[in-house]
Design a protein around this ligand. Sequence first.
Ligand SMILES: Cc1ncc(COP(=O)(O)O)c(C=O)c1O
Length: 468
Amino acid sequence: MEEFVASDAEVPRLKEWDRDHLWHPLTQHQPYLAGQAAPLIIDRGQGSTVWDLEGRAYLDAAAGLWCVNVGYGRKELIEAGQRQLERLAYYPLTQSHPAAIRLAARLGALLPDTPHLYFSNSGSEANELAFKAVRQYWRQMGQPQKYKILSRHRGYHGTTMGALSATGQPERKRGYEPYAPGFIQVVAPYCYRCPFRLEYPGCGLQCAEDFARRIEIEGPDTVAAIIVEPVIAGGGVIVPPQEYLPRLAEIAQTYQVKLIIDEVVTGMGRCGTLFAHQAAGIHPDVVTMAKGLASGYMPIGATAFSEEIFQAFLGEADSGRHLRHVNTYSGHPVAAAVALANLQVIESEDLVARSAKMGQYLLSRLRQALAESPLVGEVRGLGLLVGVELVTDRARRTPVDDAFMRQLARYLVSHGVLAGKATDVEAHHNNILMFAPPLVITQEEVDRLAATVAEAIGAVGAKEAIYR
Ligand SMILES: Cc1ncc(COP(=O)(O)O)c(C=O)c1O
């Protein structure tokens, strides 16, 4: 069998091929071509650590792209995938197979409000289907004019055209106009930069009321659904006040608008509960998920629907009421088998509770380590999803610039830590450093992370001398 391990001789060749042939996401290739910046080429991983081609170790405090929830190198997931590959490598869900059946039943039991599962390959696809299905739902309920989807500023729902249209990140969307029609953004529950310049709790949750106002303006008979992340993730780890989601659920109910909860990041234990919306005690109509569903070992996404929505698609064989949506790799048997093994690990090792506990610990360590830094405006988070908002001026809350954030990321990488940073969210407001480590991160690793982050902010701040 061929060994997929790079030899010393092959390392320079891989670097060359990467530079010459691989087009990377969110990457400016000109400095790379000029030899000033190159992506890490990661070769292996174990637990919360990954190693590059030259054997340098990094604490992966971003869990890849916030997805490797159970950590790298888990035999249970690897073996489940291998067993499934040997038994049945592929079959479409226009028929069925046991791996997808088992996973649907498992997720259906975990999500009693939305027990009907459609599988896809990514978070974007999961959201695309959510939008298509709610539109078809309203059409089949005799209200075809109810098609608008409301989402929020700074929210992210994916990269495909519908999901991008629902995304509230102007920098990310620039250059791809015109967007799909029927998508409208309202304000985010961003207390640190309240768009109404109010202060919680005396604000009357104007950010939630913005949905009601917008629905009134558009006309409730034209609005199909609201989509929100329980915590805005890539848009800057924006954690809403506790009453926010319940109030949104009330508004959705009042105006007969479907509530779609995007749990692509927040699901699978990331925020200290299996699904973040469950902690808010709300009953969504649709839940989407991906990332942690198979911990990134295989690509898989899912859209979970309520009984009521599912029922609206029933009819005679030739009624035309069925879901006209298909993906070749929907519920891919290997991805489904790996996702099941992943759920088993999350459950047997109680990683959800661990996320809550270690998330609290990470938050308190960062707050402690950064308390004196004039560059730190706010440290916030829920479970193991944590953000540090950086400012040049604490009183005015002036955001640090993109160049500062790049330097910070570079410093962290050179000191063996990989973190996320807000990228292409909003002009002059990409100033949030973000952490979403594997849920198996240890206390010692959290200590190291907090210390390195404090050191990095201090060092880059001193070099730039940007704060007053
Ligand atoms: C909240 C949220 N929804 C959807 C997506 C899209 O998922 P994918 O990149 O798998 O298409 C992402 C990706 O980061 C996300 O953060």
